[in-house]
Design a binder for this molecule. Structure first.
Ligand SMILES: O=C(O)CCC(=O)C(=O)O
Length: 344
């Protein structure tokens, strides 16, 4: 009898389990795409209906049309250089007196493999001053970081492509090139609607070709999504890994005839890219060369309603240029400790 019941349970499990498994997500759901990614997107009609976008350093309609086809835009000389210098000055203070600060850094070195995310005070200065470091969410600590993240020229573009209020989700600060393999951000930076995601790459100095510049494949935001074995997001249930993802993206872009471009922009310019633009960091050719940069990820108000580190709490919002960024729920006492940006 016991064996019969055990066998019956096992049959029921085999029949029921697949039914219970939610279908893995293998593409962006068409109905939830930002309007500009839909087949009938009419940029000129949008501009006519939303005439408020004035005083920008670029032609919004032209940039939006370029975005729809290529999955990125470069806004030339859109950011004040004094703001960029101030941000890097603060980064230098953060490194120099790291024992005073709690900012989290990611260390991509074998010795940190088990615990790559560390409070900055625990990481030696020699490591902080080298490659393999990403400073996480420094905008939490810095007024100028927040002002750059939600700069009018960036927010105006993003609010047009989302047709919604923009939310600054997270940021990374780099001293050297990341050398990161080809990827698309939606697999790692997950908003509640995965297609409602974009990023800005802000150089804090002119980019040198040997410093490990960012590379990207224009048009790659339209290729079929990679399946990690459990859908389009990479997590602990995935059976394939970021190396497989990179190989798939490089091969698929090559087969589709998409050109690989290197980002050699100047301080003051900004690159904004689509959730699904394939991109990565080139190998560093000259280890003496820095590639100081600030990378911000964004979503829309509809798609990002709670801070990822506190999904059940109402976020504390800071509003700049009509866009929001949520205060850190884990380090409230570290918010805006670098406040020189207040008077800039
Ligand atoms: O700056 C880089 O080299 C890579 C940044 C990046 O790929 C990202 O933040 O998604």
């Amino acid at each position: 009898m016991t064996t019969f019941i055990a066998r019956l349970k096992s049959v029921v499990k085999r029949v029921i389990a697949p039914v219970r498994q939610p279908n893995p997500i293998t593409k962006f759901e068409y109905s939830t795409l930002p309007w500009i990614d839909k087949g009938d997107a009419d940029v000129d009609a949008f501009i006519r209906q939303n005439p408020g976008h004035k005083d920008l350093s670029y032609d919004l309609a032209e940039k939006m049309k370029f975005w729809r086809e290529n999955g990125y835009v470069i806004l030339e000389q859109a950011l004040q250089k004094e703001w960029l210098d101030q941000l890097w000055l603060e980064a230098e203070e953060l490194i120099e007196h790291h024992e005073k600060y709690q900012t989290l850094v990611r260390v991509d070195l074998p010795s940190y493999q088990n615990n790559p995310i560390q409070p900055i005070k625990n990481v030696p200065k020699s490591i902080l001053n080298g490659p393999y470091i990403k400073f996480n969410d420094f905008h939490d600590n810095s007024v100028i970081g927040k002002k750059l993240m939600l700069h009018q020229n960036i927010v105006s573009f993003l609010s047009a492509i989302f047709d919604d209020k923009v939310i600054g989700m997270q940021s990374l600060l780099f001293k050297y090139g990341s050398q990161q393999a080809t990827h698309q951000d939606f697999a790692y930076v997950v908003s509640e609607i995965p297609s409602h995601l974009a990023a800005a790459w802000i150089p804090l100095e002119d980019v040198h070709a040997d410093s490990g510049p960012l590379f990207y494949y224009p048009g790659s935001h339209k290729i079929d999504k990679f399946n990690f074995g459990n859908g389009i997001f990479f997590n602990d249930k995935s059976t394939l890994n970021p190396d497989h993802f990179a190989t798939y993206l490089d091969e698929t872009c090559q087969k589709a005839g998409l050109e690989k471009k290197t980002l050699l922009i100047k301080k003051g310019d900004v690159l904004i890219w689509h959730a699904a633009l394939a991109h990565g960091g080139e190998k560093i050719g000259n280890p003496e060369l820095t590639r100081k940069s600030f990378v911000c990820h964004y979503s829309s108000s509809k798609a990002y309603q709670h801070h990822r580190q506190s999904p059940n709490a109402e976020p504390i919002r800071r509003t700049i240029n009509g866009a929001d960024v949520f205060a850190s729920p884990i380090m409230p006492d570290q918010e805006d400790i670098f406040d020189a940006g207040k008077t800039m």
